[in-house]
Design a protein. Sequence first.
Length: 325
Amino acid sequence: MKIISALFLLLVFTTGITQSLDDGLLLYYYFDGNTIDSSENHYHGISNATFTEDRFGNPNSAIHFNGYDQYLDFPPNKPILKPQLPVSFAFWILFEDEAPFVTQIFTTDFDQNNHSGTWVSNTHYGALSCGYGDGSDWCSIDTRRSKYCYTILNSNTWYFVIVIIRDALDMSVYLNCTEEDGYYEGNGGPLAYTDCQGSLGRKDAMATFPPDYFWGAMDDFRYWNRELTSNEIDSLCTYTSSVSNFCVPKNNLLIFPNPAKENILLYNIPTETAQIEIIDSFGKKIKTVLKTDQISISELNQGIYLLKFLSKQNRILSMNQFVKD
């Protein structure tokens, strides 16, 4: 399990930012063994993909796509997921491609034989790209607007990516919190959508060929209907750098059910556990209990919470998330 938004939001608030990263957040997939949307929309993903280790080595804590028939679809018939520009994305990604070739990472409008919606992919030389389509019922340079970056990515390496698409000649891509140089291409018109839902792990980019699929892993996918501010980008990157080297204890701890309404059951608790703290999304300690395998959460408000498992010496043994329905 991952360190979750409780710690992240605490960092955000201490930076003095007045706008919350929850503002305009359309989707937030943690991928902790499920495709639950942790944004206020609860637009849970529909997927045939599997789960794998995240960047900390935690099992079943990132989604994995096999490169030929696995994907995650956004729920259909949700107009809110088809906003006009600007839009922003943030996610972790790992490529398993042994050699660079074009692969489509995701699109917000999976219509075949058509450039529509916004998307992120990589280029034929192995760098990131992003763009949007005008929905002209064809895939060509004349129906899209794209930005191509220069940094060639390595396989089997986790990267943190932020993408902001504002206009035809105004797109930003941050790779591990450094803004990428690049160039623009395409002659398409304004952003347009079809009735198709968005999809992670695939996009149809060529009118005469089948869709391209992503081979690799993705984690902590966020999608906003607005432009992230420079302060918010700094906060995302502050959080990223602060936890990337955090040694998350590996364990087989399970929380069931998750999400839950009344009680949560805990399995495989660290043996040294003396007490367990419940922390809300603002970093506030809500409740402390002695070591137990069942905790009542009926009094909690709906939201995401952190369980912190502590030894007698107050050493953190594990931090695991749960969702109160």
